[in-house]
Design a protein around this ligand. Structure first.
Ligand SMILES: Cc1cc2nc3c(=O)[nH]c(=O)nc-3n(C[C@H](O)[C@H](O)[C@H](O)COP(=O)(O)OP(=O)(O)OC[C@H]3O[C@@H](n4cnc5c(N)ncnc54)[C@H](O)[C@@H]3O)c2cc1C
Ligand code: SF4
Length: 547
């Protein structure tokens, strides 16, 4: 297996083998393009989607520049194993939130810098289920994708090998195995397995993109629990270490600290001509034969709207008022249980054990679709946020904090439905570049609320069955996707099944914005698989957007 992966993505072998975490020579010697070189492809954003696209197309011989608004991280010097000290990883630029159920934006949503949000994601990498691709046809809710699960299966398997993913055999959705064996579990995972077992609920270890054993020059996990702060060890996968080194080795340029402000358009031909960006305080323009946007579900629609011009007065690709719509967030309630024995949930990766028993529509219930349950294991500051969100302050908050080592914590991911009114528009406020910031309005529907209640009951039952003497639950959100969704035509979405925008033949979107539904699965693996599929299409003949 390893030889096959190395033949198509050498990233893990390009990292140093001397105890340091960054191949400085590769970065120093990377190919550099001039702004007025017309490269084959310029990519906006080096996260889950952008990095996979850069790696695939650089390997195919394309001249690629990938711009990211944030830094080119060096895990040795830029990351610390400290919750408070890791805030610089997040995209914390101003944004406006609105709607009946506004979604707080910041640390729990998106990252800034090469590697994108996966630098500080937890590391769960489940596949979507086959049913996620046809929820409208089969359940009468959500949307249908322009293609089915089978089209994505080989890309799931390929990315799972490249990350690589560790876990038990997965019985749900399309049953499959993983390239690395499951990790041993800590106290939180053990309690989840115990409680679920008592209730007859199937739960399994994984799937996590954390090396279980050495992988190339990446060391194995040392179970220190700082996955959401950027793994200094390089055991947890993020594109910074899984796709960018190979992209550089094949001639891609990664231009960090470069904030793209608008897509350049040839008003006469209606084709993209490159991107305007700001770097070191200077406004610049990178010429390109093709543009791909991969800036995350908030920034991608914002960039399209900020790219309005006389030919596109309502924003790029927005002729049918689709940009920014159907933005989804998963309902992510979190239940914590107290145990007499010490749990010490920080002594393991937060992602350990999950159950997809409740993922599919159950005809006996009065709601459609479902939810997944996973271990989450907050570190102390996040634990304080959990307790405070329950309404505990002062002395009570201190008591809960002193008792931290006795608590276990589970989280659910509820499949909230895509609704047209949940969308990004432009606010009146502007950012430091003078650009209107994103305004994100979000409201839940009755189905969403029913799912939240059902997930809460299941988590509390599991913790109680495991022996918890007190259980507290808070409501929260996770994982934004959608906002520039795939559809069969321009009246229903922004891109086609291969991520090409309907409006501009040489403009692609390759990030989480294109997902029409979200299932109850964490999205990063699917974003990478969808991008790898789009890359294959480009490689097979669409250079310059003519395919
Ligand atoms: C705390 C947390 C935990 C998570 N846990 C999981 C998990 O366990 N499993 C999972 O699957 N997912 C998880 N996620 C979600 C996952 O990380 C994201 O869904 C995924 O990374 C999104 O991929 P993307 O390509 O859409 O955007 P990103 O990976 O966020 O990449 C976008 C990049 O674009 C750059 N950018 C944006 N705008 C511009 C611009 N105008 N110019 C230049 N650059 C720009 C940003 O700096 C960023 O680097 C988690 C996320 C968070 C925040
Ligand atoms: S628990 Fe493992 S994957 Fe997570 S930060 Fe520590 S070494 Fe990295």
């Amino acid at each position: 297996m390893t030889a096959g992966v190395r033949a198509r993505n050498e990233s893990a072998w390009l990292l140093p083998n001397d105890g340091t975490r960054t191949n400085h020579r590769l970065r120093r010697d990377m190919r550099r393009f001039a702004d007025d070189d017309e490269v084959d492809l310029v990519i906006v954003g080096c996260g889950a989607g952008g990095s996979v696209l850069a790696q695939r197309l650089a390997r195919a011989g394309w001249r690629v520049v990938a711009l990211d608004a944030g830094p080119f991280w060096d895990p040795d010097t830029d990351w610390v194993s400290d919750e408070a000290g890791s805030h610089h990883l997040y995209w914390t630029d101003p944004r406006v939130i609105a709607g009946a159920d506004p979604v707080p934006l910041g640390s729990n949503n998106s990252g800034r810098g090469v590697g994108g949000s996966m630098v500080h994601y937890a590391g769960y990498t489940p596949r979507f289920h086959p049913s996620d691709f046809s929820t409208l046809r089969d359940d009468g809710v959500g949307a249908d994708w322009p293609f089915g699960y089978e089209e994505l299966r080989p890309y799931y398997a390929a990315i799972e090998q490249e990350l690589p993913v560790a876990g038990e055999h997965w019985p749900w959705g399309d049953p499959h195995g993983y390239p690395h064996r499951p990790h041993p579990v800590g106290g939180n995972g053990e309690l989840f397995l115990r409680g679920a077992g008592k209730l007859g609920i199937e739960a399994r270890v994984g799937p996590v993109a954390i090396a279980n054993g050495r992988f190339g020059n990446r060391p194995h996990c040392i179970y220190r629990g700082f996955c959401l702060q950027g793994c200094k060890v390089n055991a947890k996968a993020s594109p910074l270490i899984t796709h960018i080194p190979d992209a550089l080795a094949h001639g891609a340029e990664v231009r960090a600290d470069a904030m793209v402000t608008r897509v350049g358009m040839d008003e006469r031909t209606g084709r993209a001509s490159g991107v305007h960006y700001v770097r070191d305080g200077a406004s610049r323009f990178q010429r390109a034969a093709m543009v791909a946007i991969a800036g995350y579900s908030i920034e991608t629609p914002r960039l399209l709207l900020n790219s309005a011009s006389p030919r596109y007065p309502d924003g790029l690709c927005n002729e049918f008022d689709q940009v920014g719509r159907y933005l989804m967030v998963q309902g992510a309630p979190q239940s914590a249980g107290r145990f007499d024995a010490e749990v010490r949930m920080y002594k393991a990766p937060p992602p350990e054990v999950s159950s997809e028993e409740f993922y599919e529509t159950d005809p006996a219930k009065d709601y459609k679709r479902g939810f997944a349950v996973q271990t989450v294991s907050p570190l102390p500051i996040t634990w304080a946020e959990h307790v405070a969100a329950q309404g505990h302050w002062g002395r009570a908050l201190r008591d809960y904090m002193s008792d931290y080592v006795h608590w276990a914590c589970l989280g659910s991911l509820c499949e909230f439905l895509p609704l047209a009114g949940n969308r990004v528009t432009l606010a009146d406020e502007t950012d430091c570049y003078g650009l209107p910031v994103a305004r994100f309005a979000y409201s839940q529907c009755d189905n969403d609320r029913a799912l939240l209640a059902a997930a809460q009951h299941v988590m509390e039952d599991i913790l109680t069955a495991a022996g918890a003497d007190e259980v507290i639950t808070i409501k929260r959100y996770a994982h934004l996707v959608g906002g520039a969704r795939m559809a069969k035509d321009a009246r229903h979405g922004v891109v086609d099944g291969r991520c090409r925008t309907f409006a501009v033949p040489n403009l692609y979107i390759t990030d989480g914005s294109v997902l029409p539904t979200q299932g109850s699965a964490n999205p990063a693996l699917t974003i990478m698989a969808v991008t790898a599929r789009a890359a294959d299409h480009l490689i097979s003949g669409a250079r310059g957007g003519t395919g």
